[in-house]
Each structure stands twice: as C-alpha cells, then as structure tokens.
Design a binder for this molecule. Sequence first.
Ligand code: CA
Ligand code: CA
Length: 254
Amino acid sequence: MPKCRHIEMPLFILVVLLMSGHALADPPGSFKNAKIAALALWWEIGPTSFYCRCPYRFATTEEKQIRKGNLWVIGSVCGYEAKALITKKGKPNARAMRIEWEHVVPADWIATGFGCQDQTRAECRAIDGYEEAEGDLFNLVPSVGELNGDRSARLYGVVTGEERAYGDCDFEVIATGEGEPHIRGAAEPMPSIRGDVARVWFYMSDKYGVQMNPEYRALMESWSAADPSDEAERRRHDLIAVEMGSENLFVSGP
Ligand SMILES: [Ca+2]
Ligand SMILES: [Ca+2]
C-alpha cells in the first residue's frame, strides 16, 4: 500500500487545477498565481527540472524540516549534486535539492519592457501589464533552487569550459565581467534546451517589449537554429497554451 501522502498529492493537484481556472484558460496575471498554476501544469508536462532534467516529487515532512519548499529534487537519478550544501555562513543551503520557479527571462529583464529597470519591483508591479508578464507561464520553468539562485538575473551565454559544478548537470555560471553582481557574467544551459530558452526570449520580447541588444539577439537566433523545437517542446507548449489561453508563436507558428 502506498503511504498516505502519495494518495493526497494527486488530489491536491486536482484541487489546484480546478481552482486555477484551468478550463477557463485565463492567464495567471501575477507571479504569485503563476507559481500555483505552474505546480499543477508541470505535473502534467512531467515533473522534471528544466536545466538538469532531474525528476522531482513532493517533499516529505522530514525534508521540509531540512529546507522549506514543497518540491524535492531526486538528484540521484539525474546526477545533480549540490555545489554548496552548506552556505558561506555555515548554514544548510536552503536552495539545494528543492525546486523553485525560474524565470527564463528574469524579472530584471522583464522590467526593460516596461521602462522600470531602475525602479523597485513594487514600482514595476504598479505598471499595467508588468505583473501579467512576470506571471507568464511560457516564461516559467521548474529549476533546482541552487541553479536558480546562482543564475540570478544573468543572461544566457557561452561559458568557456565545462566546470560541471553541479555534478552531472550541464549548467555553468560565470559571475565575472561588468554590471551589477546579480547580472554580470552569463549562465550556459545544456545544448538541447538552448533553442527552448531562445524562443521564450523572442516571445517575451515580442509580447512585452523586453529589450535584447543585437549581440544577444544574434546569439539567441543561433541557439534557436541549432536547437529547433521538437515534439517534447511542442507538447509542453500546447499544455501551457491551454492554461494561458494564448500561444508562443515562436514555438507553434510556421
Ligand atoms: Ca555546459
Ligand atoms: Ca530543445
């Protein structure tokens, strides 16, 4: 017999699906609502982290005591190993082994579409449309929290070498160069999802005016060409499109 929590979870998902207006296809309208919708949606897509392809499941009571968060990464399956299990302050790294919702286009860059990049998040959210963009489900993916934290608001880019700081996970972050600490450098995803992230950037730029300089756009164009959408990406797109009530034509278009 499965333990009680294994029976409760699908019911919980069902309730979330019903509450999130699944059948009505209303976009979440805010990051807070999007996180709730994404939880159920990605159970349907397949509960696997985006950057490392790590399966995840609901955290047990004991795991929640180790670190907050409902979703626990099964690192042994995908070869993910935490870069830092202990923080610089000597405390357990709360973001290792748990799933967080990652913006492919970070909130700092969404802000460039609304001219509030030099303002606070609260000021951005007061602008019409910003919250809708921040809660856009095409732009949200489940990520190991540690990677989400290390990437922060960095653009994607090519990082020299394959450091593999996260076990077998092909994800590199370099934090040198110009700009504010959370933006400088680059994050390099694995080749098989480079087109996927590029097509989210095009969508966010097209829909919300997110700025991409010519050099970055050219890089994303080359990534998109090298990694065209496949069946899995289109299936994911279609499920998200039902929830959003709209499409990402860079995936579904001709
Ligand atoms: Ca790499
Ligand atoms: Ca791909």
